[in-house]
Each structure stands twice: as structure tokens, then as C-alpha cells.
Design a protein around this ligand. Structure first.
Ligand SMILES: *[C@@H]1O[C@H](CO)[C@@H](O)[C@H](O)[C@H]1NC(C)=O
Ligand SMILES: *[C@@H]1O[C@H](CO)[C@@H](O)[C@H](O)[C@H]1NC(C)=O
Ligand SMILES: *[C@@H]1O[C@H](CO)[C@@H](O)[C@H](O)[C@H]1NC(C)=O
Ligand SMILES: *[C@@H]1O[C@H](CO)[C@@H](O)[C@H](O)[C@H]1NC(C)=O
Ligand SMILES: *[C@@H]1O[C@H](CO)[C@@H](O)[C@H](O)[C@H]1NC(C)=O
Ligand SMILES: *[C@@H]1O[C@H](CO)[C@@H](O)[C@H](O)[C@H]1NC(C)=O
Length: 702
């Protein structure tokens, strides 16, 4: 009885004590750790055979802060530093492959922070993509490589994002956080560096643990193995949706034999860090050129309900192209299987006939577009890239050369020139490669700002932003003559006029140059998604007040910028159906030719009651066939994109004061002493228990 009371109260006390202890421990921890909010992480991606990117240990990586501003700092860290592991803090100019590899092989570094102080001058180049982007896919599957590694397209590409780093890398942009790190480093670590062992040091803990490992094959297999309790996902395939729209609706059966000029651009870019893919020159300038071309062409070709000539035009924005052409390889797969735009088996009355690859008369791709190569303030040159084997074909040339002639013809007086790209045995990375790999006879050109290598030295990086494109929002004023807005307006005008001529054999002049509209569109992608054009297409929907991120994302999540872009295309072409009200404005299940979308419709008038937009625009899947085509897909074949993205639980960066080595050793030694003592006491009590407690105690308790 007594014994029970004693143990109960002991238990009670323990609980009380433990909870108090816990609370105070929590408080101590809060005091000790200073969170660095808003840091974005490098994460892990996998292809069929490898893993790339970054991950921390399961419980996070810890290291002493060390700013590495120059080679002296680097050498000291690699050769003389004594209290490893360290966290190396690098400004952009030090964030190079050489430096990172040195840090990695030194074994002294547990993580890297890239600090990107916006006011500092930028390095001349900063691209972490491969020198030959998508070098294993596209045409290289069927022909030899079309990118010459000694004279590559992305000359300054470091390939940093295609290395498996084995430690976390974070990007910190916020000025306050940068100065927090710097202050702590300055106060505790910077002085008297060779005596760091003796004192407490400022340290970082970074957590970016990735659940997936090895390669996509392993991860997809592990993910689909269901346990009794639940299904655990380790990674998701990269993918989203393509956007497409035809100038004239395709509903008659004869469409099956008609030819179509495809105008394509890519929808996605990428970078090393989560959530920061500004993508100004690639892909935004191409997207905006395509949207504007569709708008101008629709004006020229009205009324859009009836097709006059034989040819049609299809606009396509392809998604996931940065990762071995996910979107274009899927579109080509769909077309060769006769399921684009809709499966023929479905028993819907009014639907579009299948669109096959042989329906393509000409494939015009809008690549990187900028004013970086401007010859003078009044002349901009563009280059038309053609795949050589196809240009040697008999009777080819006709379509492409008439396209080129017309383009030069219509832009004679507006300062644009379209030239043949003359680079031997090379063809730029492009969606057209997916098409040519399947069907080499298709005629196609890629239109870019560059001839033999990218002018964009920030390709696929966090710095490919509005300043790289030399874009400044004009907010209603007319952009200057040499601005990117005017150049894109001129380019889309020339392209629309040429396309109109090619489908109708008629010349028509568009009413005006719409540089202001280009200005508004670029504003939406580069400055803030809460912008006049996106407000006009969304109805009672909250828009994020930040620039868009153009990363393709994973298939289980629909990227908002893809939806916004699709709807912007519908708005710009602008066919309204005034007979439909908000309630009746939806797509009819028995008629799959037009979609109906209710939107504000009028740019910069949120009070407008809205209108029902009728459009041929629709989305199609941009998920690689590797993930559904065959049960036993050969993951190392490279036939289709196999990119996946690892799942993670959290990203966190915390700063704290790490006790000195001496202090740590002391604590450890004390611990060992206490442990030894307690063993001794227990041993002693045990061996003398008959004296200490007597036999009665043992009997009672039984
Ligand atoms: C994955 O990437 C590595 C390195 O870039 C490459 O060697 C390999 O061929 C790729 N695997 C597939 C299946 O694409
Ligand atoms: C950013 O860099 C500039 C120039 O190097 C410097 O004057 C400024 O103090 C830096 N800001 C921070 C927060 O480090
Ligand atoms: C398409 O063309 C083929 C031969 O070129 C012809 O047999 C067929 O009837 C045509 N189909 C339609 C729907 O016009
Ligand atoms: C654009 O101009 C309007 C009207 O003058 C103003 O209200 C708005 O704040 C401006 N927007 C930007 C981003 O400067
Ligand atoms: C609206 O309905 C009327 C009467 O049914 C029809 O004549 C007209 O063509 C319709 N307009 C549109 C844009 O569909
Ligand atoms: C749009 O595409 C989806 C499939 O992606 C299809 O179910 C739908 O019917 C299409 N809508 C129209 C109007 O074509």
C-alpha cells in the first residue's frame, strides 16, 4: 500500500518535472537557434540512372560558418581550417564548379550557402545547366550528337545542377538574413581564425533531407510497393500540361487530310533552387511572342469560325522541355498513337479528328528571344536554325525558304532581319528535335536571337530575370523603339503576317504595333502575377503578388502559371459567346471542339461583370511516356524522359552558437565520469542489497 503510494507520487513528480524541463528546454532551444527564413534549397532530381542535386542528412547538417569571398579564404578553409565541418558561404562570383568541387573533396564542408546580395554587381555568367542542354535526348537518340562539346550552345554552362553534391546548398537573398549571418560570423568566427578550437563559434544547421535516392527506377519501384498500412511516395515524375490552340476549329472529318503550320515555344525553364525560376529569356520571351502572334493572327484571320483555305495554324506551348523534352516527346507520342487531341474511341458526337505528325506542314519554334545581340538600336537580327540533313532533301526548301523570304519581306522597314544560322553539324536544343527524331521529313525551323551559342549567359539560372532581358515595365506609356517590348511586338507582327500569307495567299496588314500589350504581358510573368492581364482572365480568384516561377513541377501538382498562360491565350484571341451566361458558360460534354471560360475579360477593369470566352485552347498531358507506356520500361534506354523529383519534408536553416571544442570535450568527459559512477553505484547497491534492504523487502514485493 505504502509502496504503491510512493511509486505513484514518484511517477507524478517525474511527469511534472519532465514537463517543466521540456518547456524550459524548448525555451532554451528557441533562444539558441535563430531561424533563417525564406532560404530556398537545392533539391534532388533523378533520371533513369542517376541522382543529381542536394540532400542533407535525415536530421540536418551542422557546420561552422565560414565566408569564402576569395581564393585566400578558400585555401585557408581547405588547407588550414581546424574545426570542421564547416558551412561555406559563397557570393555568386565564387559559386563556380571549381570552388564547389574543391569544397566537396576537402571533406571539411557540410553544406554551402549562396548569398545573393541584389545590389552587388553580377558575375558575367551564371548558368548551372549543361554546356549541351538535353544532350542525351532528342535527335541524339537517332543520330549523332547535334551539340559539339568543344563549341557548345551554352558556352558558360557549369553543369553544377547535374552533379550529386551530397550536402545541402541553400540560396539566401534577403538582406536582413545576409547581414544576420555576416554579423554572427564577424563577431565569433572571423578574428583569430587559427585559434577557433578554443572558443564558441557561429554555426548553421541546414535541413533538406530527400526521401528518394539512387535513380528514378529505384524510386518508382519503391514508391509503388504498398505496405499494409499505406503507400509511401519517395518521388514524383516531372510533368504538367502542354497548351495548344488552333486558329480555326477542327471539326470536320476532312481535317484529317489538311495540313497545319505548328508554332511552338517552350513553357518551362529551370534553376538549381526551389521556387526561383524567373526564366526571362528562356522561356518567357518565347511565350509572350507566341501569345502575341496568336492574337495578331486571329485578328487578321477573322471570322475564326470558318476556315477559308486549306491550311490551319496550331499554337503549342510545350512543358517540361528542360528535362529531356517531356512535353514535346509526349505530344509526338500522342500524335503517332492517334490520340491527340482526343482518343478516337471515345463516343462523343462532335469531336476533333486525330492530328498526326504528317499533318504538320511546317514547324516553327520560338526559342530564346532577346535584344542582347542587337546590331544597333534600330536593327535586331534573328537566326533561323534548320536541321541540315533535312535541308538537303529534294523538294524541301520550298516551305522553309518561302517562310524565310516572307519574314524578311514583311519586316523590311521595321528593323528586323532573319538570317540562316550557319553552324556546321549543329542544331540547337529544341522541341523540334523530338519531332525530327520521330519523323525526320518534317520541315521545321527554330528562331532564336543567337547564331552559334547562347547570348543568354544566365541560361536556366536564378539570374535569368527581367534585368537580363533588359525589361522595365512602362505601365501604359509607349515602350521605346529599341526596347524588348517593341522588338517582340515587331517580331510577332512579322510572324503573324507571314503565317497569314502562308495559309491564305493574301497579304494583310495588322492594324497597329501592340508594344503596350507586350509590356503588360511581360509585367505579368516577370514582375507580379497580380497584374492587369492575369486579373482579366481570372474571375474572383486570388493572384500571388510575386513573379511567376517557370519550373515544370511534378505531375501531381498543376502549375498555376500554365493555367494562367492557357487562359491568357484564350483572352488574347478573344472570341466571346454573348449568348452564354455565367451559369451556362462551360464546355459541353457532347461537343469537344470549343472550351468556354468565364472571365473578367476586360483588361484592368475588375468591376466588369465578365464574359464567356469561347476558345479552341485546351491542355494536353505533358507527362513522359516512360511513366505509363510499358509495364517494364527500360529506364536506362533514354527513349523518353525519366526525370523525377524527390519528396522532402521540410527545408530549414537555423543559426546557433556552437560551444568550443574544448567545452564539448569537457561535457563529454563529464558525461563519461557520471556514467562510470552510476555503474559503480548500481553495482555496489546490487551486490550489497541483502544488507541495504533486508530480505523482508524482497518477500513483500512478491
Ligand atoms: C542520366 O544522366 C546521366 C548524367 O547526365 C547520363 O549519363 C545518363 O545517360 C542519364 N540517364 C538517362 C536514362 O537519361
Ligand atoms: C551588398 O553588397 C554591397 C556592395 O558589395 C554592400 O555595400 C552592401 O552592404 C551589401 N549588403 C549586405 C546586406 O550585405
Ligand atoms: C484523305 O486522303 C486520302 C487519300 O489521300 C483519301 O482516301 C481519304 O478519303 C481522305 N479523307 C478525307 C476525310 O478526306
Ligand atoms: C501603374 O499606373 C497606375 C495608374 O497610374 C498606378 O496606380 C499603378 O500603381 C502603376 N503600377 C506600377 C506597377 O507602377
Ligand atoms: C446567339 O443565339 C442566336 C439565336 O439562337 C443565334 O442566332 C446567334 O448566332 C447566337 N450567337 C452566337 C455568338 O452564338
Ligand atoms: C480538353 O482536353 C481534355 C483532355 O485533356 C478533354 O477531356 C476535353 O474534352 C477537351 N476539351 C475540348 C473542348 O476539346
Amino acid at each position: 500500500m505504502l509502496l504503491h503510494n510512493v511509486s505513484a507520487s514518484l511517477l507524478f513528480l517525474t511527469v511534472i518535472f519532465a514537463s517543466i524541463y521540456n518547456v524550459s528546454l524548448q525555451r532554451i532551444r528557441d533562444k539558441m537557434y535563430e531561424p533563417i527564413e525564406g532560404a530556398s534549397a537545392c533539391f534532388r532530381r533523378l533520371n533513369g540512372t542517376h541522382q543529381f542535386g542536394c540532400s542533407s542528412h535525415r536530421s540536418g547538417n551542422v557546420g561552422v560558418l565560414q565566408f569564402v569571398d576569395d581564393d585566400m579564404d578558400l585555401n585557408w578553409l581547405v588547407e588550414n581550417a581546424t574545426v570542421s565541418p564547416y558551412m561555406a558561404v559563397l557570393p555568386p562570383k565564387m559559386f563556380t564548379k571549381d570552388v564547389l568541387l574543391k569544397l566537396k573533396t576537402s571533406g571539411k564542408v557540410n553544406g554551402v550557402v549562396l548569398i545573393n546580395n541584389g545590389t552587388e554587381t553580377r558575375p558575367e555568367h551564371f548558368s548551372h545547366e549543361d554546356k549541351c542542354p538535353n544532350r542525351y535526348s532528342g535527335l541524339s537518340l537517332v543520330h549523332e550528337q547535334t551539340c559539339n562539346i568543344s563549341d557548345p550552345w551554352n558556352v558558360h554552362g557549369t553543369g553544377i545542377s547535374l552533379i550529386d553534391w551530397g550536402f545541402p546548398i541553400f540560396h539566401v537573398k534577403d538582406e536582413d538574413n545576409i547581414s544576420k549571418l555576416y554579423q554572427c560570423y564577424k563577431t565569433h568566427n572571423a578574428h583569430d581564425r587559427d585559434a577557433q578550437v578554443e572558443r564558441s563559434l557561429c554555426a548553421l544547421e541546414m535541413n533538406s533531407f530527400m526521401l528518394a535516392a539512387v535513380d528514378s527506377k529505384t524510386c518508382i519501384r519503391r514508391s509503388s510497393a504498398t505496405t499494409i498500412l499505406n503507400r509511401v511516395r519517395y518521388c514524383d515524375p516531372l510533368g504538367d500540361r502542354n497548351i495548344w490552340s488552333t486558329l480555326y476549329p477542327r471539326y470536320k472529318a476532312e481535317e484529317k487530310n489538311k495540313t497545319v503550320i505548328v508554332v511552338a515555344a517552350r513553357m518551362d525553364g529551370t534553376s538549381m533552387f526551389d521556387g526561383i525560376v524567373p526564366g526571362a529569356i528562356s522561356p518567357i520571351s518565347g511565350i509572350v511572342t507566341l501569345l502575341m502572334t496568336a492574337r495578331i493572327l486571329a485578328k487578321l484571320a477573322e471570322p475564326l469560325d470558318e476556315q477559308h483555305g486549306d491550311d490551319n495554324v496550331m499554337f503549342v506551348l510545350l512543358n517540361g522541355e528542360s528535362y529531356d523534352y517531356i512535353g514535346s516527346s509526349r505530344l509526338v507520342w500522342d500524335m503517332t498513337h492517334g490520340v491527340f487531341p482526343i482518343s478516337p474511341n471515345s463516343d462523343i458526337k462532335v469531336k476533333q479528328p486525330p492530328f498526326y505528325l504528317h499533318n504538320i506542314k511546317l514547324f516553327v519554334e520560338l526559342g530564346q528571344i532577346s535584344t542582347l545581340g542587337n546590331v544597333s538600336s534600330s536593327e535586331t537580327d534573328f537566326y533561323l536554325h534548320q536541321y541540315e540533313p533535312s535541308s538537303n532533301r529534294v523538294n524541301s526548301q520550298n516551305v522553309i525558304s518561302s517562310f524565310k523570304n516572307k519574314m524578311n519581306n514583311v519586316s523590311q522597314n521595321i528593323g528586323l532581319k532573319f538570317k540562316d544560322a550557319k553552324k556546321k553539324n549543329s542544331f540547337p536544343p529544341s522541341s523540334l528535335q523530338s519531332v525530327l527524331a520521330k519523323s525526320p521529313d518534317i520541315e521545321g525551323v527554330v528562331l532564336t536571337d543567337h547564331e552559334s551559342h547562347y547570348l543568354n549567359t544566365y541560361y536556366h539560372s536564378i539570374m535569368d530575370d527581367s534585368s537580363n532581358l533588359k525589361y522595365v515595365y512602362q505601365n501604359g506609356s509607349t515602350p521605346s523603339e529599341d526596347s524588348i517590348q517593341t522588338v517582340i511586338a515587331k517580331l510577332s507582327r512579322s510572324l503573324a503576317m507571314t503565317l497569314y500569307y502562308m495559309i491564305s495567299n493574301e497579304n494583310k496588314d495588322p492594324p497597329e504595333l501592340e508594344a503596350k500589350m507586350v509590356d503588360e504581358l511581360l509585367h505579368c510573368y516577370l514582375d507580379t502575377m497580380d497584374c492587369p492581364v492575369f486579373r482579366a482572365i481570372s474571375y474572383k480568384q486570388k493572384l500571388d503578388d510575386k513573379p511567376a516561377s517557370l519550373y515544370v513541377g511534378v505531375n501531381v501538382w498543376l502549375s498555376p502559371i500554365t493555367t494562367l498562360t492557357g487562359h491568357a491565350l484564350a483572352l488574347l484571341v478573344n472570341q466571346t459567346d454573348s449568348n452564354k451566361t455565367e451559369e451556362t458558360c462551360y464546355s459541353d460534354v457532347s461537343n469537344r471542339v470549343f472550351s468556354y471560360i468565364w472571365m473578367h475579360n476586360i483588361i484592368d477593369d475588375v468591376n466588369s461583370t465578365g464574359a464567356c470566352i469561347k476558345t479552341t485552347m485546351n491542355f494536353s498531358s505533358a507527362i513522359s511516356p516512360a511513366f505509363f507506356e510499358e509495364q517494364d520500361y527500360d529506364w536506362s534506354s533514354g527513349n523518353y524522359s525519366t526525370w523525377t523529383e524527390s519528396i522532402w519534408r521540410e527545408f530549414s536553416v537555423r543559426m546557433f552558437l556552437k560551444p568550443s571544442k574544448f567545452h564539448e570535450n569537457l561535457t563529454f568527459a563529464l558525461g563519461v565520469v557520471v556514467l562510470a559512477l552510476s555503474f559503480l553505484i548500481v553495482y555496489f547497491a546490487n551486490s550489497k542489497s541483502h544488507i541495504l534492504f533486508g530480505n523482508t523487502f524482497v518477500e513483500n514485493s512478491c
